[in-house]
Design a protein around this ligand. Structure first.
Ligand SMILES: [Zn+2]
Ligand SMILES: [Zn+2]
Length: 169
């Protein structure tokens, strides 16, 4: 039965995938999970800030202008999953210093700045995102950025579908 259990990285990445389902972004659904030790302390997904209208209701300028991926994020009203997870921790008075962040996508440069200043020490992400400045910034620091291995993404998806089966017992 031990082999049926996801390891910790798979467990947290799968939960980041679930968080992404709450996204209201027209272009990309992103989820993030912040952990300290083996505990989840915050989650986030991309979408318009609390109390404001969603891109899919009022339209998104980036979408209308066909802005390429990785450029002009400031034109979208949406706030990114990683920034939202950090803001959620701040709101609840939870420290992010020394924490890990799991994300469905590679953090952009704007999120990378916030991640570095939030004291996060390890980032695990699944899908690459084209942002050269993000890579430049993070390579100047000791913060560890890791790609979640492809074969383990399959395992994470299987684990999510297994959770649906458990629900019926
Ligand atoms: Zn938008
Ligand atoms: Zn971002």
């Amino acid at each position: 039965m031990e082999s049926m259990r996801p390891d910790w990285d798979t467990y947290f990445i799968a939960i980041a995938m679930m968080a992404a389902t709450r996204s209201t972004c027209i272009r990309r659904q992103v989820g993030a999970v912040i952990t300290r030790g083996r505990q989840i302390v915050s989650t986030g997904y991309n979408g318009a800030p609390s109390g404001t209208s969603h891109c899919w209701d009022v339209g998104c300028l980036r979408e209308m202008l066909g802005t390429p991926s990785g450029e002009r994020q400031e034109m979208c009203r949406g706030s990114h999953a990683e920034a939202n997870a950090i803001a959620q921790a701040a709101r609840m008075g939870i420290a992010t210093d020394g924490a890990a962040l799991y994300c469905t996508h590679e953090p952009c440069s704007l999120c990378t700045k916030v991640i570095l200043n939030a004291g996060i020490v390890r980032v695990v992400y699944m899908h690459p995102y084209p942002d050269k400045l993000a890579v430049e910034l993070r390579e100047e620091t000791q913060v560890v950025f890791e790609v979640f291995p492809r074969e383990k993404i399959v395992a994470a998806r299987e684990w999510i579908s297994r959770s649906i089966g458990l629900d019926n017992r």
